[in-house]
Design a protein around this ligand. Structure first.
Ligand SMILES: C[S@@+](CC[C@H](N)C(=O)[O-])C[C@H]1O[C@@H](n2cnc3c(N)ncnc32)[C@H](O)[C@@H]1O
Length: 212
């Protein structure tokens, strides 16, 4: 799609050019160290999603801003009859998604799926890049069916500055995303998490859990 059309459809008028973000992540896909294809399934970020979603066989799950599908890979390993879709802005990321997981390229601010198409959706360290956060959260909630579950794992605004970030990145405070999710979901909670369940969270990562 032509850059100007992309921006008109998926950008925010006062935000950075979407093409710049796409280029950034298409290039980043070559960096396996910082954008890995796999994740240790013992990491609490993965376990929390698996625990909160429960049985997934026969269900449809959307990984929003999937990158190379490292979380989707574990979901499918654990629930072989789940239908998992990896959705990402960067086609170069999606080329690493393993067989058996569907792929779809586009912006999470305009998900190309009908309302209620998924039983569950999650976004790990991707909402922070969406620029138009309100629209991205609304879209995630739209494509999940009533009673379906949503997990967002992202970074804590209170710890801004701890890592080098591109200019469009945004971190969140608990109340902010709870309020956005609460517009569409009946139950919303959030909590600090760490990589390992037996290590106290240092405050960098937050998880939001919501049921529509
Ligand atoms: C830090 S990576 C995280 C990838 C994956 N969720 C993970 O945890 O491995 C951020 C991902 O979000 C994707 N992304 C950024 N903006 C996006 C948007 N507007 N819509 C969909 N994906 C987006 C990027 O292409 C990138 O793959």
């Amino acid at each position: 799609m032509r850059p100007k059309l992309w921006n008109r459809l998926f950008g925010k008028p006062d935000g950075p050019p979407v093409q710049e973000i796409i280029r950034h992540f298409n290039e980043a896909a070559a960096d396996e160290e910082h954008f890995p294809s796999t994740i240790d399934p013992r990491i609490y970020h993965v376990r929390l999603i698996l625990e909160y979603f429960g049985e997934l066989n026969g269900k449809r799950i959307l990984d929003v801003g999937s990158g190379k599908g490292r979380f989707a890979r574990v979901l499918l390993e654990r629930h072989a009859r789940a239908r998992v879709i990896a959705f990402d802005l960067a086609e170069a990321m999606l080329r690493h998604v393993p067989a058996g997981i569907g792929t779809c390229a586009g912006s999470m601010t305009a998900l190309p799926f009908r309302g209620g198409a998924f039983d569950c959706a999650y976004a790990t360290e991707s909402l922070e890049h969406a620029v138009d956060i309100e629209t991205a959260v609304a879209e995630m909630c739209r494509v999940v069916k009533p009673g379906g579950r949503i997990v967002i794992i992202d970074k804590n605004a209170g710890h801004w500055g701890r890592l080098k970030t591109p200019e469009w990145e945004k971190w969140f405070d608990r109340k902010e995303l709870e309020t956005l999710l609460g517009k569409y979901c009946t139950q919303v909670e959030s909590r600090p998490i760490s990589y390992w369940e037996d290590v106290a969270p240092d405050g960098l990562f937050l998880a939001w859990l919501a049921q529509k």
